[in-house]
Design a protein around this ligand. Structure first.
Ligand code: ARG
Length: 505
């Protein structure tokens, strides 16, 4: 499999770089001379230059295969010269990055045109012709689909790494306060006490599903379209399996028409990104609520929470608010690509060029949110005393009293009614449940006795929820141990998945 020598920006790092500025008057590989306004409108080099590594790798895989399969057309020595030239083009862009002076309307044209120049410099009189053979048995349609699939595989691996980092931060904070109680809410009303660690692990589980979705997106992208040519396949006796092996694809596409117009894999990545972003916006909202003075459940670190420019006392959870806000743009990218695909006639249409900016922006937005929230989570401090106080507030253990009645043989609905009256009485007289005497309790139901009182403390309530998936300390400890092992396994898995550029640490 091809590995490029340069260890520069990762796929998503490239996506964060600025677009190229003016295009000047560029040529096209086909030699067409279109109106500059139209050219400016249709050219994609301003943003798709970021695919240069994937385009170079795709071409190397293609030319290596041609040298094996059709040496009479692509002599191995020429293939080697082309491969060296492609690596030189790659190194040149590595060095220029967004100061690149483009030669063509898109990255595929740029790489080919620059390759031909370099080859002609190295092999005067025949280098240009050598380079002109590269596009044998290939079209930009299967080429761009290959490039985007390679990019998506990289993006999945990078995003998975960032998800694993956030999961590790959640685990770290859960292990820091494994027994601390915390108010659990439904409808954002105090409901039942839980362990803080249990609450954090709820996010761990959501993110575990996001990892599964990213893996499915990786598998969806892991199909080689090259060899489909424009739409119908090619007249040359190419060996698609060989190209797939060179480029680290597990499968080759089964239908050339589908292959050049399929962007389902991009939709699947955007869908995974959108739901991940929905999860991150929920975590953000919890951080915002917990840190508010009214809740006061956690303290925010100055590592990420910024001050106000006018109110000296404030510390604002800006990155969490931005994550709520940025969820919308990722949902929008998913919607936009679905709309591009809707009603697209078979096969390739230039509409498909619109896939790239959606993918690039979604990936960089999600990765940014993951990084910021990792900092937020790993630096958060639980205000354990305040959390314990709020966990007990609002008669949060009323269900436990009802459950104790059920154990004494009372039907649950009857127990519920009795405890409801009891809680209303306590609220009216402003007394906590555990301040009641047994005699007082019995006024609400004859079976309410010492067992009911014993069930009222928060710690007892939490410990009693000792079912798999429940918040009892024994369950949560097991969950933490299991999650630590799962995260280690996942890290290894993701690091071993073939993709062109592993993110630089
Ligand atoms: N920039 C184009 C895209 O992103 C490359 C493929 C162009 N193919 C074509 N037949 N015009 O889709």
């Amino acid at each position: 499999m091809i590995t490029l020598p340069f260890r520069g920006p990762s796929a998503i790092d490239l996506a964060t770089m600025p677009d190229l500025a003016g295009l000047g008057s560029l040529g096209t590989v086909t030699g067409a001379r279109v109106d500059p306004a139209v050219f400016d409108y249709t050219a994609s080099i301003r943003f798709d230059w970021r695919l240069y590594r994937h385009d170079v790798a795709g071409s190397i895989g293609h030319v290596r295969m041609l040298a094996r399969a059709v040496p009479e057309i692509m002599p191995p020595a020429d293939a080697k010269a082309i491969e060296d030239g492609l690596l030189a083009v790659c190194a040149e862009i590595d060095a220029q990055l967004h100061r690149l002076v483009p030669l063509g309307e898109d990255i595929h044209s740029h790489v080919e045109l620059r390759l031909r120049q370099l080859l002609e410099e190295r092999f005067p009189g025949r280098g240009e012709d050598m380079g002109r053979r590269l596009h044998t048995a290939r079209s930009r349609n299967d080429q761009v689909a290959t490039d985007v699939r390679l990019w998506c595989k990289n993006a999945c691996v990078e995003l998975a790494g960032a998800v694993l980092d956030l999961q590790a931060a959640l685990l770290d904070r859960a292990n820091r306060w494994p027994d601390a109680v915390f108010p659990g809410y439904t409808h954002l009303q105090p409901a039942q006490p839980v362990l803080f660690a249990h609450h954090l692990m709820a996010y761990y589980e959501m993110l575990a599903r996001d990892l599964e979705r990213l893996e499915r997106a990786y598998v969806a992208a892991d199909v080689l379209p090259l060899g489909s040519a424009a739409l119908a396949g090619t007249t040359f006796a190419i060996q698609r399996d060989r190209t797939a092996a060179e480029l680290g694809f597990s499968r080759v596409s089964a239908n050339s028409m589908d292959a050049v117009s399929d962007r389902d894999f991009a939709v699947e990545l955007l869908a995974a990104a959108a739901l991940l972003m929905a999860h991150l916006s929920r975590l953000s909202e919890d951080l915002v609520v917990w840190a508010s003075d009214e809740f006061g459940l956690i303290a925010l670190s100055p590592r990420w929470a910024e001050g106000s420019s006018i109110m000296p006392q404030k510390r604002n959870p800006d990155a969490a608010e931005l994550t709520r806000g940025k969820a919308g743009r990722v949902f929008g990218h998913l919607q936009s690509l679905l709309t591009v695909l809707k009603g697209l006639p078979m096969t390739y249409g230039r509409d498909l060029q619109e896939d790239k900016e959606a993918l690039f922006d979604a990936a960089k937005t999600v990765r940014g949110a993951l990084h910021a929230l990792t900092v937020a989570v790993e630096s958060l401090e639980l205000r354990a005393d305040r959390a314990a106080e709020r966990a007990a507030a609002g008669y949060s253990t009323a269900t436990d009293l009802a459950d104790s009645l059920v154990r004494a043989g009372v039907p649950f609905r009857t127990a519920y009614d009795a405890v409801k009256r009891l809680v209303q009485h306590c609220a009216a007289t402003n007394r906590p449940l555990d301040a009641l005497t047994v005699d007082e309790l019995r006024q609400f139901h004859p079976a309410l006795g010492p067992e009911a009182l014993a069930a009222a403390p928060v710690e007892r309530s939490v410990a009693a929820r000792n079912v798999p998936g429940g918040t009892a300390p024994a369950q949560v400890r097991q969950a933490l141990v299991a999650a630590t092992a799962r995260t280690a396994v996942q890290r290894q898995r993701w690091q071993s998945l073939p993709c062109l550029t592993q993110p630089s640490a």
